[in-house]
Design a binder for this molecule. Structure first.
Ligand code: ARG
Length: 568
């Protein structure tokens, strides 16, 4: 596909002593189309050329020639505005789409570099809460987009399966396990046991001792304790897997914190040898005050490790196993300090510098239900699985009301209901806190998943009505030069840039917003133009454009983790 920005940059670079790549970085898109398609701010050259921007603009305009790609150049203040040839644009976009189909948008710029995307990472025997839903959705989307862009992308679920609470849980289970129906409703039942044993511990110190002993035995590999812990892990995973199945999420690696048990001693040794550990009230810490990052505890006063140590062991493991270029942690912003600390301490570990530099915390904001909080601490817990199923049920109801004899109702309702929740999680900058509100999430006319799916289905029904898909040679680009068609073309052209931006910023919302734009532009096109037309020339072009929009909407949605329905 023709890279207009690059062509313009080359033209400018020829006249001034600057690298075309650098110039390309300066080129902007003007706020409205009357001002051209691209603008070069000449003040960027003022220092080098020792001239005022308007003078530079005048000079450049005289030297730079227009050609079949660049139609017109104009000066506005210190800006040089470029107007590209819209027919060439139309042709290049449609040809590229024809060539690449569902791979339109990728140039494999990832070049096989390895990116680990760690996300979800719930804690076993504890509820999978709404924050875990967010990391799962955001992480899965980043994982898919990196893969699409040619990275060796690997999804990792870092299960929270370690901690002294398992000593308590084992004790509770030992005492009352048979009273609870753990196989049916594992997490809820295990939570009940946990609360009950915790209360007993407060009353009776000897029970607490028994719990501590269980934990010690568990660490030693005692078969009884280990079996129970494995059972807790298995039943929890079964519950998590139901959620992953609903969301269509798959992990390349599910590896719990406990699996690093035999290597965190090495972390302590390395830090000790490097002279980075100091004693503080019996605990061992790395002092990061100088870097403004507080202190990072490595072992507690009783010698046991903490969350951070387990993360450091995981970093070493990942560096050795994957030799990664990037390792993303999709975790709520509340844990920002934790990650700043462990990334700092990771500089002292025996891993390549490339890996040390590739560690990145992708932070996201909290979600609140529009009515009250989605807390897991107090009662008022919203079960994620219930939430997802409720979304599907609400969609089913709408289908029953409006389109009762739709084919494959169940399946389509699932795609729409789940798609709505996914899109809602991705449509605003991820660091922002969010309010979850059913009316917004499921609004078929709003900036929602269902809206994008609805427009996609519309492109499909256009193809059905036409009864054929024209060949690219049958397309006359002159037919697509009206405002609405061109707007669609321009947005299609940007798809690859948008995906690059997502990867640069780890911000899937850029793609979600893009899909809203694309869907909206198609909707305008559809309203203004008759697609099924007596004039075959006109019809071919418009049908082809519809097909192209459908392809990009579908690819884009699938990169967010959303499936497209066939009917709506
Ligand atoms: N299990 C933790 C939680 O639910 C999140 C783990 C995040 N990942 C990590 N490598 N520390 O809060």
């Amino acid at each position: 596909m023709i890279n207009f920005k690059n062509i313009i940059a080359q033209k400018i670079a020829k006249e001034v002593e600057l690298d075309a790549k650098e110039i390309e970085g300066f080129i902007e898109v003007p706020p409205n189309e009357e001002m051209g398609d691209y603008a070069f701010p000449c003040f960027k050259l003022a220092k080098v050329l020792k001239k005022a921007p308007p003078a530079i603009a005048t000079e450049l305009k005289e030297k730079i020639t227009t050609d079949e790609n660049i139609e017109k150049i104009e000066i506005v203040g210190g800006y040089l505005n470029f107007y590209i040839n819209k027919k060439v644009l139309t042709k290049t976009v449609l040809e590229e789409l024809d060539k690449k189909q569902e791979n339109f948008g990728t140039y494999n710029s990832g070049d096989g570099k390895t990116v680990l995307v760690e996300f979800s990472s719930p804690n076993i025997a504890k509820p999978f809460h709404i924050g875990h839903l967010r990391t799962t959705i955001i992480g899965n989307s980043l994982y898919k987009i990196y893969k699409f862009m040619g990275y060796n992308s690997i999804s990792i679920n870092h299960l929270g399966d370690y901690g002294t609470q398992f000593g308590k849980l084992i004790e509770g289970y030992k005492r009352w396990g048979s009273e609870y129906n753990i196989d049916e409703n594992p997490i809820e039942e295990l939570m009940k046991i946990y609360i009950r044993i915790n209360d007993l511990c407060k009353e009776d110190e000897s029970v607490l001792d028994a719990c501590r002993e269980n934990f010690r035995l568990l660490e030693e590999g005692d078969p009884y304790c280990k079996n129970l812990w494995e059972k807790f892990r298995d039943v929890s995973l079964q519950e998590f897997n139901r959620i992953y199945d609903l969301l269509g999420v798959k992990f390349d690696s599910i590896k719990g914190e406990a699996s690093y048990a035999n290597s965190w001693g090495e972390v302590v040794d390395i830090l000790e040898k490097a002279g980075k550990l100091t004693e503080s009230e019996g605990a061992k810490i790395v002092d990061l005050e100088e870097q403004g990052k507080g202190v990072c505890m490595i072992t507690k006063s009783n010698g046991s490790t903490i969350y951070a140590t387990r993360d450091l062991a995981a970093i070493r493991y990942r560096a050795k196993t994957y030799d990664f270029d990037k390792c993303l942690y999709v975790v709520a912003y509340e844990q920002a300090l934790h990650f700043r600390q462990i990334f700092e301490v990771a500089k002292y570990l025996d891993i390549p510098e490339k890996c040390q530099k590739g560690l990145e915390h992708v932070q996201y904001g909290m979600v609140r239900l529009s009515t009250g909080k989605m807390s897991t601490r107090e009662g008022n817990v919203v079960k994620v699985e219930d939430l997802l199923n409720e979304s599907i049920d609400r969609v089913k109801k709408v289908i029953e009301e409006k389109n009762a004899d739709m084919e494959n109702k169940e399946e389509e309702a699932k795609k729409i209901g789940i798609g709505a929740v996914i899109f809602n999680n991705l449509c605003t900058t991820i660091i922002k806190d969010q309010v979850f509100d059913w009316d917004t999430v499921l609004n078929f006319n709003g900036e929602t998943g269902p809206y994008i799916q609805y427009i996609y289905v519309r492109t499909k029904s256009v193809l059905e009505k036409a009864g054929y898909i024209p060949n690219i040679d049958e397309i006359n680009v002159n037919v697509l030069q009206d405002k609405q068609s061109l707007n669609v073309i321009k947005i299609l052209y940007k798809f690859g840039e948008i995906l690059e931006a997502v990867v640069q910023k780890n911000e899937p919302s850029i793609l979600a917003r893009y899909l809203i734009d694309l869907a909206g532009s198609y909707s305008n096109f559809y309203n203004e133009n008759k697609i099924i037309d007596e004039d075959k020339n006109v019809q071919n072009a418009r049908v082809y454009l519809s097909k192209s929009v459908g392809t990009v909407l579908k690819t884009g949605a699938s990169l967010l983790g959303i499936e497209m329905p066939n009917r709506m």
